[in-house]
Design a protein around this ligand. Structure first.
Ligand code: B3K
Ligand code: ZN
Length: 873
């Protein structure tokens, strides 16, 4: 497979202005008729051939302006249809045949649980009909779907329903029209035995929009939260961005087999059932919050993505980074802003930093790719969102909003680039963003080495920041970035933020300084007392910041920093220092000693009546093994696990009574609601329980058993079951696990959780469990959720996946090889942990590479090929 380059971009030679499609559905032989109104692009050569994409299609007929094309008039390959000679404007008619039931890749038109559905982004539409499958070709669509009246009573497509009726032989049809020109990646069709929940939303201009959620009958009671989230998101986008919905109907459909979370098809969002269905008895708080965020994200795409779309797929972060930023702010406004930020950053620093440090590191705007599906990454999405957040912070909200308004107004109905977006921001604010643009082209995580000195004699604080971005594949030399560092100086006597005075200018207690060169020293004057600097507040830039804080400094910031995010981060840094010592002790075979300062810091947290329980729960949570690993030059899997367990157990022994008290104080019989208050209380209670179970405290075990048996809500049930299964008390855990599995055998989303709980336990029997569970009737290799819940979760179980006999790696490679044939997109994602081999000891490196080499010997999809090739380069 050959890479595509951004620098090779050419506008399309032919545009499609209107598209009419007729689907005659059949599992093995669906017929698709297309009528495309085509125009030559004004700048194209009159001799330009028409080149259409098409894959896995059988061509039945082809005509231009009503005349069938002779065989010699066109050329057909596995990937394109090439017509040498076409008029300036014409109607192209084609008919193709395809087989949805054997489409296991879940791209294009496929069947899920017997229901027909589509996934076209990025390049799936070419599996539906011959078409210029690129986002800069935008057409209005009229779609007729013909299906079986009994097995497919519901026939949906984008836009508004315009016609429907009965046909011969038990068939019926529905016709839909979408008046908004769109790229074909936003096309969608759904047909099946679906049931709807309906509601409505009155827009700010007084239009009434019908909202429909389509699900299988047994899921009708799991739609309430998604519908409520949708309405909140619609109102938020009006209030916050001035964006109103633009059709009279908005539909969401839940399907079981889906590669990603969801898809923003115009007026007809298709969702992975895991990203939309919730019920207090079946979904955890985390799932409720995830659903809220994804429903909002897809809805927000209606403007940031659909009305204004991407010129080409290199611009993917234009819509994804901006939309993730929008959904993050929505969730922060709806729930607890500091907790949302802590959770997002904690995930980002673990997973995106790892991506940036690995062989598939790429800029937010890549300059080439083999398979675009491989670029739906944490870098494009989450780092892209961080860069938009920095823009908001650089401009201030008001100018940012004016820039956003200008962007939507100027480019409505167009397919544009990242320059167009950033250009609007620069235009309205007069901020020079030219250096800032490097964030889009340079891969890798910038690191800032900071140090500071207090000059008592002059009352000055000198802060020196030095930046460097490590080399990444294909980019050895990096230029300095424009890094906004939000900061304060916290007085060690007063415990208060001191006024920041820089070059004679008073900046207030909290300010942004701009690091633009390799190294800069900032001299703060009129600093009346020795301060501890609080740097990168609210994680103001996606960088690694190193500052030689003492443990006393960190304990001080933990209680005094006015920035909630940095208070949490001070706790994480303090824990990391203790963990580093313990990791070293483990490696050197020295006795482990717990740092009493960490214990005292936790005691203070537990006993000070901190009002925000959700933040407190985050502060009591130690950095994950994955995050700790990110901080180590060479990952020592066993030492990290042992050190973290030692800290957990030491804290549990020292603070046992405090944890019991917190657990008891946060019990509640209130009926379940996914409110921030309830979620906070449950998370604090469950964190306390986690510590008690780290030492298998008898009272803790009783709490777990009672909480599991009470069946009050899935958050509590799942947490109690997880703690039992992850303990050594198999006598209690096994019957509970069995009962849970039997009770929920009919519910695939709960069975996903049942799989994950078992394969994430630390005991060494996990590999055998995975093998055993892959034979379980509830497992299917063809269902991405099942693969993620079982095999994906196993690969996150660090001590078991990285077993020294290499069997964990071999298991993953076996599944990747099988999935490479069935579903290349999922296979290429699943292989990720093996690609990070450089981070481990030599023995594991060799074992991981051996598996990558074994995979590479297979006939590979372009997806898996691209990833494995980079990993072995
Ligand atoms: N835009 C979709 C991504 C689908 C890509 C699948 N290969 C989901 C989202 O970001 O909203
Ligand atoms: Zn998106």
């Amino acid at each position: 497979p050959q890479p595509v380059y951004l620098s090779d971009y050419q506008p399309p030679a032919y545009l499609v202005t209107h598209t009419e499609l007729t689907f005659d559905l059949d599992p093995a032989a669906t017929r698709v008729k297309a009528r495309l109104q085509i125009e030559r692009h004004p700048s194209a050569d009159s001799q330009a051939p028409l080149v259409l994409n098409g894959e896995h299609l059988t061509l039945i007929s082809l005509a231009i302006d009503g005349s069938p094309l002779a065989d010699a008039a066109y050329q057909l390959t596995d990937e394109v249809l090439h017509i040498a000679d076409v008029p300036e404007t014409f109607m192209l008619e084609s008919e193709v045949e395809l087989a949805p039931s054997s489409n296991t890749a879940l791209e294009g038109l496929y069947q899920s649980n017997g229901m027909y559905c589509t996934q076209c982004e990025a390049e799936g539409f070419r599996r539906i009909t011959y078409y210029p499958d690129r986002p800069d070709v935008m057409a209005t669509f009229k779609v007729t779907v013909i299906g079986n009246a009994t097995s497919e009573p519901v026939l949906l497509a984008n836009g508004n329903p315009v016609d429907q009726g009965a046909l011969e032989n038990g068939r019926h049809f529905a016709t839909w029209e979408d008046p908004h020109p769109k790229p074909c990646y936003l096309f969608a069709l759904v047909a099946g035995n679906l049931h709807k929940v309906e509601d409505s939303f009155e827009t700010v201009s007084g239009r009434n929009v019908t909202l429909q959620l389509w699900v299988e009958q047994e899921n009708l009671d799991k739609t309430e939260h998604a519908m409520a989230s949708l309405k909140r998101a619609m109102a938020w986008d009006e209030q916050t961005y001035g964006r109103e919905y633009d059709l009279d109907l908005f539909m969401i459909v839940a399907v079981n087999d889906f590669n990603m979370g969801a898809m923003e098809n115009k007026g007809l969002n298709i969702f992975n059932s895991a990203a939309v269905l919730t019920h207090p008895n079946t979904a955890t708080d985390a799932a409720f919050q995830n659903v809220e965020g994804i429903v909002a994200h897809e809805y927000f795409h209606n403007w940031s993505g659909n009305r204004v779309t991407c010129r080409d797929w290199f611009q993917l972060s234009l819509k994804e980074g901006f939309t993730v930023f929008r959904d993050q702010c929505f969730s922060a406004d709806t729930n607890s802003a500091p907790v949302k930020r802590i959770q997002d950053v904690s995930f980002f620093r673990t997973a995106q930093f790892a991506e940036d440090a690995g062989p598939t590191a790429h800029p937010i705007r890549p300059d080439h790719f083999i398979e675009i599906t491989n670029f739906y990454t944490l870098t494009i999405y989450e780092k892209g969102a961080e860069v938009v957040r920095m823009l908001r912070n650089l401009l201030g909200w008001e100018d940012f909003r004016r820039g956003s308004d200008l962007y939507f107004e100027r480019f409505d109905g167009q397919a544009v680039t990242i320059e167009d977006f950033v250009g609007c921001m620069a235009e309205v604010s007069d901020v020079d963003l030219s250096q800032f643009m490097r964030w889009y082209s340079q891969a890798g995580t910038p690191e800032i080495d900071a140090h500071g000195e207090y000059d008592y004699a002059h009352g000055e604080y000198h802060l020196t920041l030095r930046q460097r971005t490590p080399a990444t594949p294909g980019q050895s030399d990096k230029l300095p970035l424009h890094i906004p560092v939000r900061m304060g100086l916290v007085g060690t006597k007063s415990g208060q933020d001191l006024t920041l005075t820089l070059l004679g200018e008073k900046l207030g207690n909290d300010a942004v300084i701009h690091l633009t060169e390799d190294e800069q020293t900032f001299v703060f004057t009129d600093v009346a007392e020795a301060p501890v600097p609080s740097l990168l507040r609210d994680f103001s830039a996606p960088v690694k910041l190193h500052f030689p804080y003492s443990r006393e400094d960190l304990a001080f910031l933990l209680t005094h920093d006015s920035d909630g995010f940095n208070r949490w981060d001070a706790g994480q840094r303090l824990a990391m220092l203790a963990l580093d010592d313990l990791i070293a002790a483990h490696r050197n075979g020295v006795e482990k000693v717990m740092d009493s300062r960490v214990v005292e810091a936790f005691r203070t947290l537990l006993t000070s009546a901190m009002s925000d329980k959700a933040v407190l729960a985050e502060m009591l949570t130690l950095p994950s093994e994955a995050y700790i690993a990110e901080q180590q030059p060479i990952v020592d899997v066993d030492a990290i696990h042992a050190a973290r367990e030692f800290v957990r157990q030491s804290l549990a022994v020292a603070l046992r009574d405090e944890f019991v008290a917190v657990y008891k104080a946060n019990q509640s019989d209130e009926p379940y609601a996914p409110t921030p208050e309830q979620i906070a209380q449950r998370s604090l209670k469950n964190v306390a329980l986690t510590y008690l179970m780290a030492i298998e405290d008898e009272e803790g075990i009783t709490f777990c058993e009672t909480q599991f048996a009470a069946e009050h809500n899935m958050t509590d049930v799942r947490h109690a079951l997880t703690l039992l299964v992850h303990s050594d008390r198999d006598d209690i855990a096994s019957p509970a696990l069995k009962a849970f599995g039997e009770k929920w055998a009919h519910d695939p989303l709960v069975m996903d959780q049942w799989f994950t709980i078992q394969v994430s336990r630390p005991q060494p029997d996990v590999l055998e469990r995975v093998q055993y569970l892959m034979q379980h009737p509830a497992f299917s290799i063809k269902n991405p959720n099942k693969v993620r819940a079982l095999v994906g979760a196993f690969a996150q179980n660090r001590i078991n996946f990285h077993r020294l006999d290499g069997k964990g790696y071999a298991l993953l490679a076996d599944v990747v090889i099988e999935l490479n044939r069935l579903n290349p997109e999922i296979a290429a994602r699943l292989v990720t942990p093996l690609t990070r081999w450089q981070r481990f000891d030599e023995e594991r490196q060799q074992l991981m590479r051996d598996e990558l080499v074994r995979i590479k010997q297979e006939p590979l999809s372009s997806n898996v090929f691209e990833v494995v090739e980079k990993a072995l380069a």
